[in-house]
Design a protein around this ligand. Structure first.
Ligand code: ATP
Ligand code: LTN
Length: 330
């Protein structure tokens, strides 16, 4: 049997090269060998304020990008989280399995709330909903970026706790991380991860940036002292990050890239990198615009939700039976 793979991305901003290299690219690379479920997690997005019209547009943007990078709706199930209400249902049950203590230890929650007023309760219980997303499909593997590792650990803990308390119900999933690309850093600060919600747009490359925007951002990216292109994540974190990006978009190994720039400075290296990114993204962008304007994505998402619902219902029936919920005696 093929492994079940599940992952989700929030429609909370413009998708970045970090999201692509850490997550999306893995979705495509496992596609032939897995039963894949790829979700637009809109209910996660509303844990922080979203403008309704913009949210709806971003849902279609993200789904179109799923298709543009190569997810094939005949092989993978693409859908929107809120279209399958079993996510909310199991999300609540997982909130009742998760402890306040473990949720308070989540670093993403700490980072996203630091110095903020009006933090929603949903942002706090967010990892319980994420666990529900994954466990509903009896998932074996979850391709994500490095920042989601802690949430995955919690998901495993919750699955094990549930199985112990209520009997074997869930498959305990494993995280799938890219060897390189699991943590792409900001262009303006190699100590921070590239993020779609960073207030500085120059800190990230967005999947739909124009070639000129990409060239400009890369030419302004911070580098380290010296002028030698060398892979040293400790001493030369900024250049190491650019090398990881170069290797991922060009298909060359890091060693090959270094060799190519031997004896040449950062200027040449950045120019080469910009062209490699531009030419990697160009066909994706072209497909994106075609798909986005065709309206085809609505049918894909409806069909995906129907298929996802079928799988999710099986799990939720089992969960309710094992927990003792509802009026069914089955
Ligand atoms: P935000 O920064 O607004 O929280 P995000 O950019 O982290 O959002 P998510 O929707 O939370 O985006 O993440 C989608 C996927 O992309 C997740 O699997 C996440 O681990 C991965 N990801 C996000 N940023 C990076 C990055 N800089 N490098 C590698 N993977 C990343
Ligand atoms: N929490 C993730 C998004 C997310 C997810 C999921 C990822 C929600 N549900 C299920 C993998 C599997 C994030 O913030 N990147």
């Amino acid at each position: 049997m093929q492994p079940v793979v599940f992952s989700g991305i929030q429609p909370s901003g413009q998708i970045t090269l970090g999201n692509y290299l850490g997550a999306l690219k893995q979705f495509v690379s496992v596609q032939g060998d897995a039963t894949g479920y790829y979700c637009v997690v809109d209910m996660h997005a509303i844990t922080v304020a979203q403008e309704p019209k913009q949210l709806r547009e971003r849902i279609f943007d993200l789904a179109s990008l799923y298709l543009a990078v190569g997810l094939d709706p005949n092989q993978s199930t693409l859908f929107v989280q809120s279209d399958v209400k079993e996510h909310a249902e199991l999300g609540w049950i997982m909130q009742c399995v998760a402890y306040m203590g473990e949720l308070s230890r989540m670093t993403q929650f700490k980072e996203k709330t630091e110095g903020k007023d009006g933090v929603s309760a949903g942002l706090f219980t967010y990892p319980a909903l994420m666990a529900a997303d994954i466990l509903l499909y009896q998932t074996n593997l979850v391709p994500v970026g490095d920042d989601q590792r802690q949430h995955l650990e919690l998901t495993r803990d919750l699955a094990l706790r549930f199985n112990t308390r209520f009997g074997e119900t869930f498959t305990v999933p494993e995280v799938l991380l890219m060897k390189e690309g699991a943590r792409i850093m900001s262009l303006d600060d190699p100590m921070k991860k590239m993020s779609k919600s960073n207030p500085n747009p120059a800190s990230r490359i967005e999947m739909l940036d124009t070639p000129d925007e990409i060239r400009k951002k890369i030419s302004r990216a911070v580098t380290d002292s010296g002028r030698e292109v060398r892979y040293d994540p400790e001493q030369k974190a900024a250049v190491a990050n650019l090398l990881v990006i170069y290797s991922a978009v060009s298909g060359q190994t890091i060693e090959e890239v270094i060799k190519q720039y031997e004896g040449r400075g950062y200027g040449d290296f950045k120019k080469g990198l910009a062209e490699a990114v531009v030419s990697h993204l160009e066909p994706i962008q072209q497909r994106f615009h075609e798909i986005r304007s065709s309206g085809h994505v609505i049918d894909v998402l409806h069909d995906g939700a129907t298929r996802a619902r079928e799988a999710a219902q099986k799990t939720i029936d089992k969960v309710k039976r094992n927990v003792g919920l509802g009026a069914n005696r089955a």
